[in-house]
Design a protein around this ligand. Structure first.
Ligand code: ADP
Length: 253
């Protein structure tokens, strides 16, 4: 019977799933918003996968904030090792993974064989996470795409002085009231997030390339600014948000 390996990254914001075969070929990927009942959600995702690949045998590895709620998991692995493994597989390179998720961010230094050499994690402050951009987008009634494009289109930017996501929101509102151009504000917001991330990066002994993972890595303005701020080469895997799920699937092999 053919054996398939399922990686489920049950994140705080999105559930990501990757199915691979024993040759490490990716057969299926899925990203969907995290629902309040992760146990039921991941149960029905797995049921659909079993139907889609009927006649196969499955080994399920779970990671992420909701990993304990993936009841059918054969194995659970930490997010740090899954992101390192997934990024190493996607790029074939040692380097430093910067993962920016919905409610946390991480920097992971990955060695020659894909092993974790060092890491730092922020799960205490929203300002260095996707939630920061989401809150402002919601306030400004802008989509991700509009936020990204406004940031990329502006030559100038304002400096956001608040280090707290909640106060930054108030700061943005008062800037708009003063008539400051929207695109300068949006670029400044992206800069504030990126500065948080680079501060984490400089707190470890990192080396290039910088490999971006997580949902926020899909934002081209964030990619460009990390490159500008650090002067280092960056690599963005084709689908950066599934990196952790890919690493989970691989760790089942
Ligand atoms: P988690 O594992 O914490 O659930 P993810 O790595 O799945 O997080 O990333 C979710 C975050 O990515 C959310 O904050 C979401 O707003 C952001 N995100 C998703 N797609 C995009 C996009 N195209 N551009 C910018 N941000 C995005």
């Amino acid at each position: 019977m053919k054996r398939l390996f399922v990686g489920i990254d049950a994140g705080s914001t999105a559930v990501k799933v990757v199915v691979i075969d024993s040759e490490k070929r990716v057969l299926y990927t899925l990203i969907e918003d995290t629902k309040p009942f992760i146990e039921e959600q991941t149960g029905s995702i797995l049921k659909a996968i079993r139907e889609k690949f009927s006649g196969c045998e499955f080994f399920v590895t779970a990671t992420g904030y909701g990993a304990q709620l993936v009841k059918e998991a054969d194995k659970r692995v930490t997010e740090i090792s899954c992101h390192a493994r997934g990024a190493f597989f996607a790029t074939g390179k040692k380097g430093t993974v910067i993962d920016i998720g919905g409610q946390d961010s991480k920097v992971i230094v990955v060695g020659n064989d894909g092993q974790v050499l060092d890491f730092v994690m922020n799960d205490k402050c929203a300002a260095g996470t996707g939630r920061f951009l989401e809150n402002i987008a919601w306030r400004l009634k802008l989509s991700f795409k509009e936020m990204e494009e406004l940031a990329l289109s502006s030559r100038e930017e304002v400096s956001i002085s608040s280090t707290c996501a909640v106060f930054a929101e108030s700061e943005v509102i008062s800037m708009l009231a003063k008539g400051i151009e929207l695109k300068k504000i949006v670029k400044g917001i992206h800069r504030a997030l990126v500065k948080r991330i680079t501060a984490m990066l400089y707190s470890v002994s990192f080396f290039p390339p910088l490999i971006l993972s997580g949902g926020v890595a899909r934002n081209r303005a964030v990619q460009k600014m990390i490159e500008e701020e650090t002067g280092e080469k960056i690599i963005v895997p084709e689908n950066p948000q599934i990196t952790g799920a890919l690493g989970a699937a691989l760790s089942g092999l």
